[in-house]
Design a protein around this ligand. Structure first.
Ligand SMILES: *Cc1c(COP(=O)(O)O)cnc(C)c1O
Length: 287
């Protein structure tokens, strides 16, 4: 098994967030736009990555955050975003649900002229294309590649960059998530041909045995597993994404009879010092 450490790309614009933002930011720089506006939940790594990239480039950033009851001080991510200069606008859940609708986006364009709008999680064409490079960078191919799935942007891009005899194993972190349907939807939004997409999707295997109850949820078993992995490898995982992927990967290894397979785990980054967080959370469990 090999690990591609995209988590080491940067502390804040970490892992797949850098991949998804790269071409979006190139576009912003080419057109000398004033700033970037994007969307996220209260614990969004994407918001933090956007805030940090904008601050370093010297442009403005606006984050539309789900939950009108929240404040900037309610967690570290939002506090960091704000410190990096991001203007944060809290909206109700019903308003947030309109984030991809044409009229809603049109109103934002009028309200914030000069801002480039990036969808939640960087889920647009430029985001997908940036994620192709994750596999292009590898000097060899693998039988099995494992990656986490939120908006599916990363896995769609990796599927475009997948070599012919490789299977892409995706681990959705949302409960009751229809991975193949969501991937197809994003590919169609990016204007790929439908028949071509359906062919590509045949190379995807979905692992639904590791969502641990849904987004942001986990139990002691997962934290224990992450801790043991950290002790053995010194590779930190986070309980939201990468911990679940590695758990699904371990289950796969237990079940498969083919021990000659080469496996690649793509570490997409996530919460800084995931192992420490897991230890702290574990203490909370025991009271
Ligand atoms: C955001 C994130 C993901 C989700 O990627 P998608 O492109 O939205 O599917 C996966 N892993 C980590 C560590 C993340 O922060």
């Amino acid at each position: 098994m090999f690990i591609k450490r995209d988590d080491l790309i940067d502390d804040e614009v970490s892992g797949n967030k850098w991949r998804k933002l790269k071409y979006n930011f190139e576009h912003v720089l080419t057109h000398r736009m004033d700033g970037v506006l994007t969307f996220g939940g209260a614990f969004s790594n994407h918001l933090l990555a956007t805030a940090s990239a904008c601050q370093r480039i010297g442009i403005k950033s606006i984050g539309i955050v789900r939950g009108e009851e929240l404040t900037i001080d309610c967690n570290d991510i939002l506090r960091q975003c704000s410190t990096l200069g991001m203007q944060i606008e809290f909206v109700s859940r019903s308003e947030y649900r309109m984030r991809n609708e044409k009229d809603f986006l049109h109103r934002l364009h009028l309200q914030y002229p000069g801002f480039y709008i990036v969808p939640e999680g960087g889920a647009n064409y430029l985001g997908v294309v940036g994620c192709q490079h994750i596999l292009h960078e590898c000097e060899r191919s693998f039988d099995q590649v494992f990656v986490a799935q939120g908006t599916t942007t990363t896995s769609c891009g990796m599927l475009l960059g997948l070599s012919p005899n490789t299977t892409l194993n995706v681990v959705p972190v949302l409960r009751s998530f229809d991975s193949l349907f969501e991937m197809q939807k994003l590919f169609i939004k990016c204007a790929f041909d439908e028949d071509y997409i359906n062919g590509l999707l045949e190379k995807v295997r979905v692992h639904t045995n590791a969502d641990f109850g849904g987004y942001g949820r986990y139990d002691l078993k997962l934290l224990d597993f992450m801790e043991r992995f950290y002790a053995e490898t010194k590779v930190p995982l986070d309980p939201v994404y990468t911990g679940k992927v590695l758990y699904a990967l371990a289950c796969y290894c237990e079940q498969t009879s083919d021990i000659s397979e080469d496996i690649l785990f793509v570490h997409t980054g996530g919460i800084k010092g995931g192992a420490e967080i897991a230890t702290r959370e574990k203490r909370k469990f025991f009271g």
